[in-house]
Design a protein. Structure first.
Length: 213
């Protein structure tokens, strides 16, 4: 007879799950800075590697900005680069934040996000201005790829987060809007929920109701 493990912990992705994002806005802003062939043709793998290095902490914000300047071919300020790079970051709707605050009363909740220091500073600042308390206080702990030295879907990042938070995988639900990240999370033994961006409040309450004793 199979034993049932109740969900006691929930690990959330950030972008597309809690934070609304629009990557096209960053593409447009970087092109406006002068990176005309950004994310076109043969340059896609180069661009992706620059961003992945930043998300894994292999590249500092300063190095990233210099890499952008090399692509643009003229001097632009750090502020202009950060503005363009962060243009994808939109809002964290109040109904999602209130829901998370309620979930904290029943579950241990965590964040596991592929992000970088430039974006972290931006969404932390925006959140505190909007809600009046630090973003760090929303979750029991935030796990960020650039601080962990790896990014999803590397299976090691899930195991490390589980170990550091002392979580039992079978009692933990992982939520993400990217299928490849969900598939990798399954390797740990966690329960998973793959959602369409922006549908957290439509999908999670029903899932929890159906999967609790």
């Amino acid at each position: 007879m199979m034993s049932f493990f109740p969900i006691r912990n929930i690990i959330f992705d950030l972008g597309g799950v809690i934070l609304n994002i629009d990557p096209q806005r960053t593409i447009d802003e970087l092109r406006n800075l002068g990176w005309k062939d950004f994310y076109q043709g043969g340059n896609q793998s180069l661009n992706r590697e620059l961003f992945f290095q930043l998300e894994k902490g292999d590249s500092s914000p300063g190095t990233f900005r210099e890499n952008v300047r090399q692509q643009v071919k003229y001097e632009i300020t750090d502020i202009a680069i950060d503005h363009a790079w962060s243009a994808m970051i939109l809002d964290m709707p109040a109904d999602r934040i209130r829901y998370l605050e309620e979930l904290k009363k029943t579950y241990r909740i965590f964040l596991l996000s592929n992000t970088n220091e430039i974006h972290r500073i931006k969404f932390h600042r925006d959140f505190e201005l909007e809600y009046g308390y630090p973003f760090d206080h929303l979750f029991e702990r935030n796990f960020y790829s650039h601080q962990m030295g790896m990014r999803k879907p590397d299976p090691r990042i899930y195991f490390q987060a589980l170990n550091e938070a002392n979580l039992i995988p079978e009692e933990t639900l992982f939520i993400d809007d990217m299928k490849e990240n969900i598939e990798a999370a399954k390797l740990t033994g966690m329960k998973v929920l793959h959602i369409t961006p922006g549908t957290l409040l439509e999908m999670l309450p029903d899932y929890l109701k159906e999967n609790e004793i």
